[in-house]
Design a protein around this ligand. Structure first.
Ligand code: THU
Length: 162
């Protein structure tokens, strides 16, 4: 027997996050942009900012942290995620915004999270049993909104695979 299994996902694109209806999402995008300024991107010169909105309304910021031993560096998403899970372990995450400075124009998409961050985000979503909304913020204030991390990493390895 042979079967074809399809997977599809979609996201919303807004030309400016200032137009978002949800005020907390607007603040979250702004916070991710602010977090860029404190990044330690001394080797790549590619600062990334992230901000997480918790279920109690708190916003936690983070950014990429680099080391002269390059592979020891960590992406903004995981720095922020680990900061949340070490300081607020009992609280669910509602959304994560990530922002870069990479110049984009027109309707070019901003850079999306790397595969490693998708894996860690997916396991967090799985563990809390509640969707995490991802907001990918462009240098031109555009934003892509993905409703859940599982849309970003289909056919994934997870705790249930062990
Ligand atoms: N980086 C992130 O912080 N998030 C991503 O999703 C992709 C890449 C960082 C890692 C490194 O410090 C720099 O950007 C260049 O790859």
């Amino acid at each position: 027997m042979k079967k074809e299994i399809h997977f599809s996902s979609s996201f919303h694109w807004h030309s400016n996050f200032a137009d978002l209806v949800d005020q907390r999402y607007r603040e979250l995008c702004e916070a991710s942009k602010e977090a860029i300024k404190m990044a330690n991107a001394r080797y790549s010169n590619y600062p990334v900012g992230a901000a997480i909105l918790l279920e109690n309304g708190l916003i936690i910021k983070g950014n990429n942290q680099e080391n002269a031993v390059y592979p020891l560096s960590l992406c903004a998403e995981r720095v922020t995620l680990f900061s949340v899970s070490s300081n607020h372990p009992g609280l669910n995450i509602r959304a994560l915004a990530v922002a870069t400075e990479k110049e984009i124009s027109g309707d070019r998409l901003p850079p999306f999270p790397c595969g490693s961050c998708r894996q860690v985000l997916l396991e967090t979503e799985f563990r809390q049993d509640q969707n995490i909304t991802l907001l990918v913020v462009g240098s031109n204030h555009s934003v892509c909104i993905i409703e859940k991390i599982s849309d970003l990493l289909p056919f994934a390895f997870g705790p249930e695979s062990l």
